[in-house]
Design a binder for this molecule. Structure first.
Ligand code: UDP
Length: 340
């Protein structure tokens, strides 16, 4: 079995990618520092896969510890680098921590991969690199704009690090940059899912916690945008669909099918939905009436963004399979499993 190192493999998207990799016949190996994830995820993975997934509790900024993992495992063929801080608001409060952690750990990882002769990297980028785009939907060629937060800027900087280092004469790394849109939902087993720390920042965990009675009501951040119903438009992708894109990307790198040393793909559904549409779809999927009200705009929110998913479809053969409603149903099932 081909070994793939998954940094941040105990996190929300990482854990779902571990499942999809294992079920596609790869041997995922997790590296995670557990600052933003729980060890209970490992039990969930064991239950889904029927076996233990190897896990090293280390920080990706620790080069020596990373070297040790590569040496101990011996024949790791590729890396998927999820490990990063991801809270937009927190990044405004702690920009240096975000630059240090997100950009620093990528640089460390790239150097260690080079030293260890590991050539294939899939990197977690984000649609935040587009900033407020001039055109919709955004294609991979849509020019990036200033990011609205230090978090978004770390993703832009990481993409630059990958591009610049790929131009070095002695470069050995082949990279696929995946620009995620808004991942939602959970594994159908409800054994793994999103575990927000404290009050959720993201829409869907806030909705499910409100429906479960943990929060009073959802505040919708503005209904005076230039969108069909005035609320923000996003491209919500089921986390399992998103996880599957990583399997396809890794396989493409291993097969040396990539046409460039760095390739970039949007990973979204290609459809935009407003916040009110998400609320309505949730009510239908869960049978719950959601308590919500309209509040002021949230600073930094992009009015509307959704993916042109053509390149991923044509080049990777990747298409999402799960509807918004089913994705929300899986989020609700996961929430209920937590309350019990
Ligand atoms: N949102 C909202 N209320 C909340 C959380 C989010 O109205 O309590 C909206 C937010 O303004 C945005 C959308 O839901 O339009 C998705 O926000 P999220 O933070 O999940 O993802 P983002 O697109 O900001 O990365």
């Amino acid at each position: 079995m081909t070994k793939i190192l998954v940094t941040g493999g105990a996190g929300y998207i990482g854990s779902h990618a571990v499942v999809e990799l294992a079920q596609a016949g790869f041997e995922p190996i997790i590296v995670d520092n557990f600052v933003n994830s729980e060890t209970t995820v490992l039990a969930g993975l064991r239950e889904i896969l029927g076996r233990e997934v190897p896990c090293y509790r280390i920080d990706c900024g620790n080069a020596e510890a990373l070297h040790e993992v590569f040496r101990k495992e011996g024949d790791i063929k590729g890396v998927i680098h999820f490990a990063a801080y991801k809270a937009v608001g927190e990044s405004v409060q702690k920009p240096l921590a975000y630059f240090h952690n997100n950009v620093g750990s990528l640089i460390t990882l790239l150097q260690v991969m080079k030293d260890e002769g590991v050539e294939n990297l899939v990197f977690s980028s984000s649609c935040t690199v587009y900033g407020i785009p001039d055109q919709l939907p955004v294609t991979e060629a849509t020019p990036t704009k200033p990011a609205s937060s230090p978090y978004g800027r770390t993703k832009q900087m990481c993409e630059d690090v990958v591009h610049d280092s790929s131009q070095a004469a002695d470069n050995t790394t082949h990279t696929i940059l995946l620009r995620y849109f808004n991942p939602i939902g959970a594994h159908e087993s409800a054994k793994i899912g999103e575990l927000p720390l404290g009050v959720p920042n993201n829409l869907v965990p806030f909705i499910t916690q409100t429906a479960a009675g943990l929060r009073d009501k959802l505040t919708i951040f503005g209904n005076d945008y230039d969108t069909p119903d005035g609320t923000n438009v996003r491209d919500y992708i089921h986390v399992v669909d998103l996880a599957k894109a990583h399997v396809v990307a890794v396989q493409r790198l291993l097969d040396r099918k990539a046409s460039e040393v760095v390739e970039t793909f949007n990973v979204g559904t290609g459809h935009g939905n407003t916040v009110l549409e998400v609320v309505k779809a949730f009510e239908e999927a869960s049978g719950q009436k959601l308590n919500y009200s309209i509040g002021p705009r949230r600073p930094g929110d992009v009015p509307a963004i959704y993916a042109d998913a053509t390149k991923a479809a044509e080049v990777l053969g990747f298409k999402t399979e799960t509807s918004l409603r089913d994705a929300l149903a899986s989020a609700w099932k996961w929430q209920q499993s937590l309350v019990r």
